[in-house]
Design a protein around this ligand. Structure first.
Ligand SMILES: Cc1cc2nc3c(=O)[nH]c(=O)nc-3n(C[C@H](O)[C@H](O)[C@H](O)COP(=O)(O)OP(=O)(O)OC[C@H]3O[C@@H](n4cnc5c(N)ncnc54)[C@H](O)[C@@H]3O)c2cc1C
Ligand code: FES
Ligand code: FES
Length: 482
C-alpha cells in the first residue's frame, strides 16, 4: 500500500496499476479534470501539479518543500509519503488563490487550456520566492507552453504573484500538514500492485539491492522522465518497477576536499548548487536541461542510466573524470563513467546492478561546457561539448574532451586529446585538434542536425573554447543554436 495526502485528504492506495500516471489518476480515477493533458511527454506543462515533501532547511527547521512536476510523467507510486496539490486545491472558501487572481488581473489566459499548468507553476514559484525575480519567473515558466495568450501577461502575473503574497490556506495549515506528513512517513518497503504488476518502494540501498536481486527483470524508476515515456508514448506496460526516489542515502550530496559524491537519485534541481559552485558551466548547462518540472523530477543517475547518446550530463561528467559506484547485492565497484557506455544504449551494468552514486573530482581546471539545441529552454542537445584542459606554462599537460550527439554513446575525443597533450595552447594547435575531431567521430544525420552540421559545430565549439580562454571576459558560453 502507498499513502499520501491529496491536498489534506489521506489516500491509502494498494490496488492501482503502477503504470498509472498521476495525471490519469487525477482525471480518470478522481474525476479532477482541471489538470490537462497536452502532450503526455513532459513538453507542454499543461499537466503541472505541485508535490510537497518534508524538508529540513539550512537552519534545521522542518518545512514543506513544494515543487512543480509534470503529472503525465509521474507514476502514482512516486507520491508515497508526500502531498499532492492540483489546481482544484488552490481556490479556497470561494476565493481564487492569489496566483489565479494575478492571472485574471494581468489577462494571462485566453483559451485556458494551458492555464491550470501555468497556475501551478506560478504557485510553486510563489512558494519558493521571497521577492519578484524575472529570471526565476522565466525559469519557472519555461516548461509551460501557451499558444494564444503570449508570455508577457503571464510574466506580469508572475511578478504580481510574487509581490503580493498574502498567507494562503497552505501557510495556515503548515504545522498540521507537517504533522500529517510525519505520520505517514514511510518506515518500510511499500508496494503498489494490481494483478501481476507491481511497483516496490524501498527506503534503503540494502533493501533496493535485495529487491533488485529478487526481481532482476524490474525496471528502476527514479524521476520517470525517461521511463514513463515508454508507457505514455510507446504504450508499453512495465510489469515490475522499483522506485528509488524514497531512498535518502541515494539523494545525498557530500562534499569532500577532492570530490563531490552525488547520490544517483538526487534530482537535477538539487544537483544545481553543488555543481554550479564547483563548475559554473555545469550549473549553466543544468539551467538549459529540459524544464524546471523535469529537473525537479529527473535525476543525475537516471540521466546516466538512460544511456542516451544525447544525454547532457554524461559528456560533462566524462570530461571532469567522474566515476560511478555500481552496487549489486553487497558488492560495489567503481567505474570511470566513460567505461560505462559501451554501445548504443548498451552499458557495463550487470543484471541487478544499479548506480548508487556519482563521484565528481574537484580541482581547478579549465572546464567549459556548451550545448547546441534548437531552442534555449526545454530542448535536447544536437551536440553537447565539454572541454577540460590543464596548462603548464602555456603547454597542455592534460586534456579531456567529450561530446554528446556525435556517436552512439557519450564519448571522449581521443584523437583530438592526443593532438592537444604536450602541444602549446595556440590557434595552430586548435586547428590540428579540430581536424582530429573528424577522426574521432562519424556523426549521424537526424531531425536535430545533419552529420555535417554536427561535426562543424563540434569543431567550432573547440575554437570557441580557445577564444573564450584567451579572452575570458567574453560571455558567450553555453548558449548556441542550431
Ligand atoms: C520534455 C523532456 C525534456 C528533456 N530534456 C533533456 C535535456 O535537455 N537533457 C537531457 O540530458 N535529458 C533530457 N530529458 C531526458 C530525461 O529528463 C533525463 O535523462 C533525466 O535525467 C532522466 O532521469 P530520471 O530520474 O527521470 O530517469 P528515469 O526515467 O527514472 O530512468 C531513466 C533510465 O535510467 C534507469 N535508472 C534510473 N536510476 C538508475 C540507477 N540508480 N541505476 C541504474 N539505472 C537507473 C531507469 O531504469 C531507466 O532505464 C528530457 C526528457 C523530457 C521528457
Ligand atoms: S501533458 Fe504536456 S507536459 Fe504533461
Ligand atoms: S491560453 Fe490558450 S494555450 Fe494558453
Amino acid at each position: 500500500m502507498i499513502q499520501f495526502l491529496l491536498n489534506q485528504e489521506l489516500r491509502n492506495e494498494h490496488a492501482l496499476d503502477p503504470n498509472l500516471t498521476v495525471l490519469n489518476y487525477l482525471r480518470e480515477h478522481l474525476g479532477k479534470s482541471g489538470t490537462k493533458e497536452g502532450c503526455a511527454s513532459g513538453d507542454c506543462g499543461a499537466c503541472t501539479v505541485v508535490v510537497g515533501e518534508l524538508h529540513t532547511d539550512a537552519q534545521g527547521a522542518e518545512q514543506i518543500r513544494y515543487r512543480s512536476l509534470n503529472s503525465c510523467l509521474t507514476f502514482v507510486s512516486s507520491l508515497h509519503g508526500k502531498q499532492l496539490i492540483s489546481v482544484e486545491d488552490l481556490k479556497h472558501q470561494g476565493q481564487l488563490h492569489s496566483v489565479q487572481q494575478a492571472m485574471v488581473e494581468c489577462h494571462g489566459s485566453q483559451c485556458g487550456f494551458c492555464t491550470p499548468g501555468f497556475v501551478m507553476s506560478l504557485f510553486a514559484l510563489q512558494k519558493n520566492s521571497d521577492a519578484p525575480d524575472s529570471q526565476k519567473a522565466h525559469e519557472a515558466l519555461a516548461g509551460n507552453l501557451c499558444r494564444c495568450t503570449g508570455y508577457r501577461p503571464i510574466l506580469a502575473a508572475a511578478e504580481q504573484a510574487c509581490c503580493n503574497k498574502p498567507a494562503d490556506q497552505f501557510d495556515s495549515r503548515q504545522a498540521e500538514t507537517i504533522a500529517r506528513l510525519k505520520a505517514i512517513a514511510p518506515t518500510q518497503t511499500a508496494e503498489l500492485n494490481s494483478g501481476d504488476k507491481r511497483c516496490l518502494v524501498p527506503l534503503t540501498v540494502a533493501d533496493l539491492a535485495d529487491l533488485y536481486d529478487a526481481y532482476p527483470q524490474a525496471r528502476l524508476l527514479a524521476g520517470g522522465t525517461d521511463l514513463a515515456l515508454e508507457v505514455t508514448q510507446f504504450h508499453r506496460t512495465l510489469p515490475v518497477m522499483i522506485y528509488v526516489g524514497n531512498i535518502e542515502e541515494m539523494k545525498r550530496i557530500e562534499s569532500f576536499d577532492d570530490r563531490l559524491e552525488i547520490g544517483a537519485a538526487t534530482a537535477l534541481s538539487d544537483c544545481y548548487s553543488a555543481l554550479h559552485h564547483e563548475y559554473p558551466d555545469f550549473g549553466e548547462l543544468l539551467h538549459r536541461f529540459a524544464s524546471l518540472q523535469i529537473r525537479n523530477q529527473g535525476t543525475l543517475g537516471g540521466n546516466i542510466g538512460n544511456a542516451s547518446p544525447i544525454g547532457d550530463s554524461p559528456p560533462l561528467l566524462i570530461a571532469l573524470g567522474a566515476q560511478i559506484v555500481l552496487c549489486k547485492g553487497e558488492t560495489r565497484r567503481t567505474l570511470a563513467l566513460e567505461d560505462y557506455f559501451i554501445d548504443y544504449r548498451v552499458t557495463a551494468r550487470q543484471d541487478s546492478e544499479f548506480i548508487e552514486k556519482i563521484i565528481v573530482p574537484k580541482g581547478h581546471t579549465l572546464f567549459r561546457a556548451y550545448k547546441v539545441s534548437k531552442r534555449l529552454d526545454d530542448d535536447i542537445s544536437a551536440v553537447c561539448a565539454a572541454f577540460n584542459l590543464k596548462l603548464d606554462n602555456g603547454v597542455i599537460s592534460q586534456a579531456r574532451v567529450a561530446f554528446g550527439g556525435m556517436a552512439a554513446t557519450p564519448k571522449r575525443a581521443k584523437s583530438c586529446e592526443a593532438v592537444l597533450v604536450g602541444a602549446t595552447w595556440n590557434a595552430a594547435t586548435v586547428e590540428k585538434a579540430c581536424a582530429a575531431l573528424a577522426e574521432d567521430f562519424t556523426p549521424l544525420s537526424d531531425f536535430r542536425a545533419s552529420k555535417e552540421y554536427r561535426l562543424l559545430s563540434a569543431q567550432n565549439l573547440l575554437r570557441k573554447y580557445f577564444i573564450e580562454l584567451q579572452t575570458p571576459h567574453i560571455e558567450t558560453r553555453v548558449t548556441a543554436y542550431v
